[in-house]
Write a protein that binds this ligand. Structure first.
Ligand code: FCB
Length: 449
């Protein structure tokens, strides 16, 4: 029996199957060919910030090995590939001169993808701000919003003849909260008062960039429109005890605040009151700038949040599986999230699942052969299946990107967490497609689960 008969779900024609990476996590070449320092270079070079003292200095050496990686993507039958541009590689100081050698790298990557029939899906900001801008206050400085819009427009001018799909930001919540409140991501600040301002400035940068990018595309006289979206890690919060009204109320309030923080301004031009109150510099006209019409919304999903009025630790929940990150495996919540977002925000554009995946340690047999990563495959299968249930309920999902193509630098966790469909031996840079990768290649080829 084929997989298609077993599950009986055939995806719509043209459904996007991809994997994602981000510049700092895979490229390496952190100071080569005129690249400027990023906040992640600075952060990872600061002792004590990253597990095991790891850095992204070399990472997967994708800067050199990108042809190998693109052919791996082709072997996985992907029709799309999501990657990010490192702002300091193309504009070392985040303002002023652009770096031709850095821009030429992305020319080569894009051309290689297109030659293999793979559609590039470009992210403009996946967390690696030029350090020179951090030195001026980073995302806390409103001036950076205009600099981001100028950089975004330049990227459109350079690549939009070959790139149709653009996202402004990846997971702005991580930048504002992990980077400025908890201090576990670059720039490593613990300044709760700054957090909501940073979140606002990120959304404002997004809105300004959407406008500058559309103007740049029009200036190029492109015959077809570029498509612009944003990628959010919308956390869905569910009650620990679904029959307990107190848990349910907390979960509902958390959903409205966490998701509303981004979806309300983006699609309705308003902030939840609590959020607005936390933004020191919220100027007239900002919300109108933020609420630009978008072509798609990317949602990254790994796990759900739990709300409970009960005292004491929530995790682990008996009977639930957890990944190496300590994240609960719960595929139903992906279905619930997609249905909820589409239902609560009919104004929202079509959705993509732009990240989903799991870190599990790999094991080897006595001959040194990589053993099948059955848990990762099961994770992907159950989540893709959950996504199909949302689609069967009428949610317009256009694509699915597994995180990640390669094992890579997992931020504060360094190289100790492997999310790849392809195993990377970091000592030799040898790549080996995992069993989950072969399985995913079949799903993409059949366009069916
Ligand atoms: C997301 C990030 C991505 C990756 C996964 C595991 O929050 O966008 O870069 O690290 O988590």
């Amino acid at each position: 029996m084929s997989a298609k008969e077993k599950e009986g779900y055939a995806f719509p024609q043209g459904f996007v199957w991809g994997t994602g990476t981000s510049a700092y996590q895979v490229e390496g070449a952190w100071d080569e060919d005129g690249k400027g320092e990023s906040i992640w270079d600075r952060f990872s070079h600061t002792p004590g910030k990253i597990a095991n003292g790891d850095t992204g200095d070399v990472a997967c050496d994708h800067y050199r090995l990108y042809p190998v990686d693109v052919s791996l993507a082709a072997q996985l039958n992907l029709n799309s590939y999501r990657f990010s541009i490192a702002w300091p590689r193309v504009q070392p100081d985040g303002e002023g001169a652009f770096n031709e050698a850095g821009m030429a790298f992305y020319d080569r990557l894009i051309d290689e993808l297109l030659a293999k029939g793979i559609t590039p899906f470009v992210t403009l900001y996946h967390w690696d701000l030029p350090q020179a801008l951090q030195d001026q206050g980073g995302w806390g400085n409103r001036r950076v919003t205009d600099l981001f819009a100028a950089y975004a427009a330049k990227m459109v001018e350079r690549y939009a003849d070959r790139v149709r799909f653009w996202t402004t930001f990846n997971e702005p919540w991580c930048t504002s909260h992990l980077g400025h409140e908890y201090g576990i991501h670059a720039p490593g600040l613990k300044d709760p008062a700054l957090t909501r301002q940073v979140a606002h400035n990120l959304l404002l940068s997004h809105g300004k960039a959407v406008q500058s990018m559309r103007a740049a595309a029009a200036g190029l006289g492109l015959t077809r429109e570029i498509e612009i979206g944003i990628v959010l890690n919308l956390s869905i919060t569910e009650p620990l005890r679904p029959d307990d009204p107190a848990d349910c109320k907390l979960a509902e309030d958390a959903f409205k605040l966490d998701c509303g923080h981004y979806l309300d301004p983006l699609f309705r031009g308003v902030y939840p009151q609590v959020v607005a109150q936390g933004i020191g510099d919220l100027q007239a006209g900002d919300l109108a700038q933020i609420a630009q019409k978008l072509d798609f919304l990317g949602i990254n999903y790994y796990f759900r949040n739990i709300a409970t009025a009960k005292q004491g630790p929530v995790h682990p929940i008996a009977g639930q599986e957890y990944t190496q990150m300590g994240w609960e495996v719960n595929a139903d919540s992906l279905r619930n999230l997609l249905v909820r977002v589409a239902g609560d925000y009919p104004e929202a554009p079509p959705l993509y699942v732009t990240e989903n995946g799991a870190a599990f340690a790999e094991s080897f047999d006595t001959n040194g052969q990589l053993m099948p990563d059955v848990r990762r495959q099961a994770y992907l299968e159950s989540h893709i299946s959950a996504m199909t249930r949302a689609m069967q309920s009428g949610v317009d999902v256009r694509g699915y990107f597994a995180w990640s193509l390669l094992d890579n630098f997992e931020w504060a966790e360094g190289y100790a967490r492997r999310f790849g469909l392809v195993y990377v031996d970091f000592a030799t840079q040898k790549r080996t497609i995992k069993a989950s990768g072969h399985w995913f290649a079949g799903v993409a080829a059949n366009n069916a689960l």
